[in-house]
Design a binder for this molecule. Structure first.
Ligand SMILES: Cc1cc2nc3c(=O)[nH]c(=O)nc-3n(C[C@H](O)[C@H](O)[C@H](O)COP(=O)(O)OP(=O)(O)OC[C@H]3O[C@@H](n4cnc5c(N)ncnc54)[C@H](O)[C@@H]3O)c2cc1C
Length: 384
């Protein structure tokens, strides 16, 4: 269904690639997929919850841009639901240190309370974390002050998910997320502690004109966790997590490497970085090793003409935490595109390639010719 026209459209093509934020083509194409957390009883992953829960996904954030103009007052009217959000404390475990609207949050790695300063004139702390504009670099007058893209735990939306929900539920959560944002802005303008002992920064204003949306927020929510294909091969914490690998191999932290995939189609490196989730988990932020992207994680178990090209590959709730990041998703997308081209040019289906080591090697060579790295320098070089 085309959202803009309400018309039903049928697309026919020999190949489909899904790089949507929520894995929408998986649903539309009846591709078997997983959503939410797998259970430890299924994957054996040390950091997985005991039982699977498809409702348990990482919070989304509806990001927005704030500009700061010193000496001016842009204080908005107190939002109707401000009292609710300003006293809101996430119900998660291990416990959040207090109300969400605070400069203190849970340190993702230690899970201890951690306070960062907030000062839009400072080069440190919450503001500088994602400052995107220094107005001094522009002469147009369009920017009158510095601008920061707010993507913080203080407006992580934990009250529900956006994937596999009826449209009215999705719209309800998006509306609530926008209201949460407005309350956070009001809190920053009026109550946030200042380094000089005062409270609030009235010179902050929402730059909704830049996104050009009705509510002034980003056009789309930041989705950390989408539908994932049920793949020929699923990457587990035991393949990439530092401690899990040390446990599996008996090697020390200095010696241990991620599992080497014979069918590697790329590489990535990022901590397993799970944000607080809709079913009550606080951060799960654990060390991982520089890893590879196995071809098997790009191949659906049954469907033969659709490839995933972003965070919708065969990972788990846990390993999504290190495959969902920018350079990794780009590598996945490039390799998925190259794979479709390889299959088309050679008259082969993805499953046929996957079942034949010679074809895998030929495809890996094609990737290397394109400049895609298949292994980290420190990995043991296998016969590619
Ligand atoms: C607010 C925010 C903060 C982030 N922070 C970080 C961070 O700190 N560090 C980090 O590493 N990563 C971060 N990420 C993740 C990072 O931005 C993404 O991993 C990256 O943008 C993915 O790039 P991509 O080109 O694969 O996909 P995208 O940028 O999503 O591009 C895919 C494009 O393909 C289109 N598309 C998809 N399927 C189809 C189809 N079937 N037909 C036609 N078009 C299609 C989509 O509409 C889209 O335009 C963040 C993301 C957001 C939104």
């Amino acid at each position: 269904m085309d959202d803009r026209t309400g018309k039903r459209i049928i697309l026919k093509a020999p190949w489909f690639i899904d790089a949507t934020e929520k894995g929408d083509l998986l649903k539309l194409g009846n591709v078997e997929y997983v959503l939410g957390a797998e259970g430890q009883n299924q994957t054996g992953e040390p950091n997985a919850p005991e039982q699977p829960d498809p409702e348990n996904v990482q919070a989304f954030n509806l990001c927005f841009l704030l500009e700061y103009i010193d000496g001016e007052n842009f204080t908005i009217e107190k939002p109707a639901n401000y009292d609710y959000w300003s006293s809101y404390t996430p119900n998660i475990s291990p416990p959040w240190p207090g109300p969400l609207f605070s400069l203190t949050y849970t340190h993702p790695m230690t899970l201890e309370p951690r306070t960062l300063p907030f000062d839009p004139l400072d080069q440190d702390g919450w503001w500088a974390y994602r400052q995107v504009i220094n107005h001094n670099n522009f002469e147009t007058g369009f920017y009158r002050g510095p601008i920061s893209c707010i993507n913080w735990p203080q407006h992580a939306y934990l009250e529900g998910k956006l994937v596999d929900e009826p449209e009215e539920v999705v719209q309800h959560h998006l509306k609530q997320a926008a209201e949460l944002n407005m309350s956070l802005i009001y809190w920053l303008q009026t109550e946030a502690p200042r380094p000089d002992g005062g409270h609030g920064w009235p010179g902050l204003r929402l730059r909704g004109d830049i996104f050009d949306t009705e509510h002034g927020m980003a056009k789309h929510a930041y989705i950390r966790e989408a539908r994932r294909i049920k793949a020929k091969f699923t990457v587990l914490e035991q393949h990439v997590g530092t401690e899990a690998r040390m446990h599996e191999t008996g090697l020390s932290e200095e010696e241990v490497r991620a599992y080497e995939f014979d069918d590697s189609v790329g590489i990535g490196a990022y901590r397993i970085d799970l944000h607080p989730s809709t079913k009550g988990n606080n951060y799960i932020d654990i060390s991982s090793l520089p890893f590879q992207i196995p071809l098997g994680s790009l191949i659906p178990q049954r469907v033969r003409n659709l490839l995933p090209a972003c965070k919708n590959i065969g990972t788990t709730h846990i390993t999504n935490g290190c495959y969902r990041l920018q350079p990794v998703e780009w590598n996945i997308g490039e390799s998925a595109g190259a794979f479709a081209a390889y299959c088309k040019n050679n008259g082969k289906e993805p499953h046929q390639v996957y079942d034949d080591m010679e074809s895998i090697r030929e495809f890996q060579q094609a990737l290397m010719d394109l400049g895609v790295r298949l292994q980290w320098p420190q990995d043991k070089v296998h016969a590619l």
